[in-house]
Design a protein around this ligand. Structure first.
Ligand SMILES: Nc1ncnc2c1ncn2[C@@H]1O[C@H](COP(=O)(O)OP(=O)(O)OP(=O)(O)O)[C@@H](O)[C@H]1O
Ligand SMILES: [Mg+2]
Length: 308
């Protein structure tokens, strides 16, 4: 009898041990599968992150390309007329030298001066010089604005004058905006903001370009700035086409665009959202279809805002 009980217990023990082993084996296999999936997922996240960074970079490059085209146009105009003035001034100089040589040889007469239209030459020469000086001044200002806009010397977060940043962005974009809109500035007094200025300029640029694109013929873009105890803000309001609530739901998604194929990449607002978010701020949007839109960027006023 005892032997039978012992045998039964042994069998039970063996079955239990077997089951435990099986469960342990299954758990181990499950863990192994989970571990593999985890690594796969981590690799995918890294891949998505790298693609995201790449996309933001290509949007930046597309923005720079667009900007370069506008700036080239702005610079081309003064460079064009300064070049033509230099040609005319070259002719004038030649005529003057001929006259001076005749004077030196004691052979110049009043009729030589009249033939060279000396009085006109003298007047026009000064006018051409002044015009050329003004043209080169314009080129110098454009280059300075461009440098301010890109803030090449300041890639790190530091004290930044938001009004000045918006002003240089408006100047750099003047070619894109002037045919589309009258720009109204309603700038408030602002305390310096601890941020990466070039990035904020890029946000302002995206909002201004979107505003210009939303206007079909000619409209108004109003740029306002201000601050309260905790935040500095700036906003770009336009009298463009506006957005339906359905469109507004998607505007910050990468690649969402309602612009024709090949015109927009749909990354401008995604990039702007990223930048503002990194500065601890937010972008608010209000819009009415057919009436216009207003984008407000609000950034915390703190010297310790973590900017990554
Ligand atoms: N001011 C605005 N008025 C009307 N619609 C707007 C405005 N700003 C943005 N949108 C809408 O949001 C979409 C996404 O804007 P976003 O700037 O991200 O991309 P995009 O302008 O289409 O292309 P890009 O990459 O060249 O900026 C636009 O296609 C447009 O539908
Ligand atoms: Mg855009």
């Amino acid at each position: 009898m005892e032997a039978a009980v012992l045998k039964h217990r042994t069998e039970l023990l063996a079955t239990t041990a077997g089951t435990c082993l099986l469960v342990a084996l299954l758990a181990w296999r499950l863990l192994e599968v989970l571990r593999r999936r985890w690594f796969e997922l981590a690799a995918k996240i890294e891949e998505v992150d790298a693609t995201h960074r790449q996309l933001l970079q290509s949007e930046k490059l597309a923005g720079i390309g667009q900007l370069a085209a506008g700036v080239a146009h702005e610079i081309n105009n003064p460079v064009g007329f300064v070049n033509s003035n230099l040609g005319t001034l070259g002719n004038y100089s030649q005529q003057m030298i001929t006259l001076l040589e005749k004077c030196r040889a004691g052979q110049a007469s009043e009729s030589d001066f009249a033939a060279a239209d000396f009085d006109y030459l003298r007047r026009d020469l000064l006018e051409l010089l002044n015009e050329s000086r003004e043209g080169l001044g314009r080129v110098k200002r454009i280059v300075a604005d461009l440098k301010d806009f890109s803030r090449v010397d300041h890639a790190e977060a530091q004290e930044f004058d938001v009004n000045a940043g918006i002003e240089s962005t408006l100047n750099v974009l003047s070619n894109e905006l002037k045919y589309k809109a009258t720009v109204i500035r309603e700038f408030g007094e602002l305390p310096p903001l601890h941020c990466i200025g070039a990035q904020l300029n890029q946000v302002a640029m995206n909002l201004l370009l979107n505003a210009a694109h939303a206007i079909a013929e000619h409209g108004t873009i109003t740029v306002r700035t201000g601050h309260d105890a905790t935040h500095v803000w700036f906003e770009v309001a336009d009298t463009g086409c506006g957005m339906t609530p359905e469109i507004m739901q998607h505007i910050f998604e990468p690649f969402y665009t309602t612009r024709p194929v090949g015109k927009g990449t749909g990354l401008g607002l995604a990039l702007s959202y990223d930048i503002v978010h990194k500065h601890g701020g937010e972008i608010r949007v209000s819009s009415q279809p057919g009436e216009g839109s207003c984008f407000r960027v609000s950034l915390p006023r703190t010297d310790t805002a973590s900017v990554s």
